[in-house]
Design a protein around this ligand. Structure first.
Ligand code: APR
Length: 270
């Protein structure tokens, strides 16, 4: 889908003029890295009901009653993340730090912005590469190889005897007892508290920025979805990149992140 040159030029001018830039991303920025989004066709929540799989109480109940369904869900979530690589959008976003004070605020839990080289990343929904205590205190980081091993082990626990016990054994790097009591993946589920200090910093970044580039989010899930509007209220330019959703933007570049973000960064900074 070719971008209108005038629209691209408008967006590039707004980006070039930014002293403090926020890049706010959702699942769409990682779609071309092979990680499904949540609400598109064949998205996670189309295949796994969020009331059962996006809440801790639903996950625990599923673990006890249908451990094979939980193993299928966790494998579907972890496997694409474990093997994903940053795409051209992540790389272009990382390059922005060479041209201005750029902070990434992401709703994603896949670690791909850091893997692409972005240094200032706020993971407001946490990350599967973080292991935390029950109350969210950091315990350790998970290496990508460990996530690969967990997703491969999950594949083997979806059938046969003692599935719950084998499921828990597969998840032991990120789930179960640790020296600091119970440990769990450092991700934020529905109804859970946002990841701190990332969330408090993200709100400050949105209020102080003079431009926010919104990439690949449906803007449906609060409180994260309030950030573009908060930035706009404080006078920031809002540029959005998405094949279907313009969001509350001044300029909408309609298209896939992997194609559009590099063109925008090139048009803005050469
Ligand atoms: N490039 C850019 N955008 C894309 C692409 C792509 N290749 N493919 C899809 N999109 C867009 C879709 O048009 C949609 O606007 O990405 C967005 C994906 O929306 P969601 O699936 O709702 O994902 P997201 O907005 O990140 O969800 C927010 O909801 O379930 C919770 O915690 C979860 O962080 C997630 C939050």
């Amino acid at each position: 889908m070719p971008i209108n040159p005038e629209t691209l030029d408008q967006a590039a001018k707004r980006l070039r003029g930014a002293r403090r830039l926020v890049v706010f991303t959702g699942a769409g920025v990682s779609a071309e890295s092979g990680i499904p989004t949540f609400r598109d066709d064949n998205g996670f929540w189309q295949r796994f009901p969020p009331e059962q799989f996006a809440r801790w109480d639903g996950l625990i109940k599923t673990a006890v009653v249908h451990p094979d369904q939980l193993a299928e869900f966790l494998q579907a979530v972890l496997e694409p993340i474990a093997v994903a690589w940053p795409n051209a959008a992540h790389a272009a976003i990382a390059r922005l730090e060479q041209h201005c004070k750029a902070t990434v605020i992401t709703q994603n839990v896949d670690g791909l912005h850091q893997a692409a080289g972005s240094k200032q990343v706020r993971e407001v929904h946490g990350s599967f590469f973080r292991v935390v205590s029950l109350r969210g205190q950091p315990i350790r980081s998970l290496q990508r190889e460990e996530l690969v091993a967990v997703s491969e082990s999950l594949r083997r626990t979806r059938s046969g005897m003692f599935r719950l016990a084998r499921l828990l054994w597969s998840l032991r790097p990120m789930f179960g007892l640790s020296w600091r009591g119970f440990k769990r993946p450092g991700v934020v589920l529905f109804g859970g508290a946002m990841a701190e200090p990332d969330w408090s910093q993200a709100q400050r970044d949105a209020q102080l920025c003079d431009a926010i580039l919104v990439v690949g989010t449906s803007g449906l899930i609060y409180p994260a979805a309030m950030l573009p509007g908060l930035a706009r209220q404080h006078g920031a330019s809002v540029i959005s990149i998405d094949p279907y959703e313009p969001g509350p933007s001044h300029v909408w570049l309609r298209g896939r992140a992997g194609e559009v973000v590099p063109q925008l960064v090139q048009a803005a900074f050469g």
